[in-house]
Write a protein that binds this ligand. Structure first.
Ligand code: ADP
Ligand code: MG
Length: 384
């Protein structure tokens, strides 16, 4: 997964240059948790709960500051900003960092196609059409992807794995710029493995089965969003009330900044090679995800191929220079919809987003400059 268009732009946040938590060796959650660690967690809940609930009264506005945490997961980077009382101990900061890392490690362990031993990688190499037992989180992500896939006529389709690889993207492939685009015959043969009906999910049995043993699932379009939701849940469980979580450009916020204003997320202009912000959107206990054709692509014979594949043709989306941002309560759905709308493109995508009553905006390069194409729900929010 690559860095996507949505940039976490914490405008006006108080960032403390010394606030980064100490370096951390990613310890797996669970078995190794000692009693000491548990007691620390309880202390954290008490202190942080105080900081967020009555803390403002107790300490006053100036005693709260934004603490930054960051790292790498799921083949991309992550950032978390948390409002905490000033002077919070390093140990407690480390406990927050551990919670974030444990949740990301778990998503990685289940859903990363970049990790050959992950649950989804084992499902992919499961050389059979027999049902395969999957964890509830993986099944939930498969189910969300299926729902968005069905509502978009198969524009979002997690069985694109073999096509993603053939076009030179994804974990199995090398540098996309060295890739040789597949011929029509190869594309046609791989399309047989692609389709919403190529995976059968049985929620009550907790399994998924492939229609063909060669079918391969790629959760890259949804897993980052799921990871954001997962970290959000972990931080809420620690009684944190004001924070923002970003994984690979997908963001979700809870509460606001120390001054009480909403978290804001910058939306990049869809211009290859630049990192210019076009505008920003306020988040109110919700998520925003972006997708586009301008960041991760390669060029051959004057044609630019994006890393987003149109499963209906088997070919990558031809780049025209656009991006789409989608708001949703859950980052998993924001992420899924952003990719689906990117496949559909500005015209069909906008119609679909309108029909689905999504708050979404396309940014489209045109001869007269960058055009904003918002849905009604986005306009009502005074976005950008
Ligand atoms: P990013 O935020 O990095 O732009 P997206 O959320 O848009 O990522 O997902 C793009 C990734 O999803 C691709 O790199 C590929 O692995 C996978 N993918 C590509 N096309 C599709 C598709 N039509 N449906 C589902 N997944 C796709
Ligand atoms: Mg996506």
């Amino acid at each position: 997964m690559e860095d996507s268009g949505g940039q976490f732009a914490p405008e006006g946040t108080e960032t403390d240059p010394n606030a980064n938590a100490p370096p951390h060796d990613s310890a797996p959650a669970g078995e190794e948790r000692s009693w000491t660690w548990l007691l620390l967690l309880l202390a954290l809940v008490a202190v942080v709960g105080l900081g967020s609930a009555v803390g403002r009264l107790f300490y006053g506005e100036r005693s709260l500051a934004v603490r930054d945490f960051s790292g790498e997961a799921l083949g991309t980077t992550w950032t978390v900003k948390v409002v905490l009382p000033e002077g919070i101990s390093l140990v407690l900061l480390e406990a927050i960092r551990d919670t974030i890392q444990a949740n990301l490690d778990e998503v990685n362990r289940l859903m990363s196609t970049w990790d050959a031993s992950s649950e989804i990688s084992r499902f992919n190499s499961h050389d059979s059409r027999e049902p395969f037992a999957l964890s509830p989180p993986t099944l939930a992500v498969l189910e969300a992807a299926r729902i968005v896939g069905e509502r978009t006529g198969g524009a979002l389709d997690i069985t694109v794995g073999p096509l993603v690889e053939a076009w030179g993207f994804g974990p199995g492939a090398g540098d996309p710029s060295d890739a040789i685009p597949p011929d029509e015959e190869t594309v046609d043969s791989l399309r047989v493995l692609t389709g919403l009906d190529r995976i059968r999910i049985d929620k009550s049995a907790g399994t998924a089965a492939k229609a063909d043993s060669e079918v391969k699932v790629d959760l890259s379009a949804v897993a980052k969003g799921y990871a954001v939701d997962r970290v959000t849940g972990g931080l809420v469980d620690l009684s944190l009330a004001d924070f923002a979580v970003e994984v690979g450009g997908e963001v979700r916020s809870v509460g606001g900044k120390p001054d009480g204003t909403a978290w804001r997320v910058g939306i990049e202009a869809p211009e290859p090679g630049t990192r210019r912000m076009h505008g920003s959107v306020e988040l109110h206990d919700e998520a925003v995800a972006t997708s586009g054709d301008y960041r991760n692509f390669y060029e051959r014979d004057g044609v630019r191929y994006a890393h987003v594949i149109d499963p209906r043709t088997g070919y990558p989306v031809r780049l025209t220079g656009f991006s789409v941002a989608v708001l949703h309560n859950e980052a998993m759905y924001a992420d899924a919809w952003a990719t689906a709308l990117a496949v559909l493109g500005p015209e069909e995508g906008l119609r679909t987003a309108e029909r689905e009553e999504l708050a979404a905006v396309f940014l489209v390069q045109s001869e007269t400059g960058l055009r904003e194409l918002p849905t009604t729900a986005w306009q009502e929010r005074n976005g950008l």
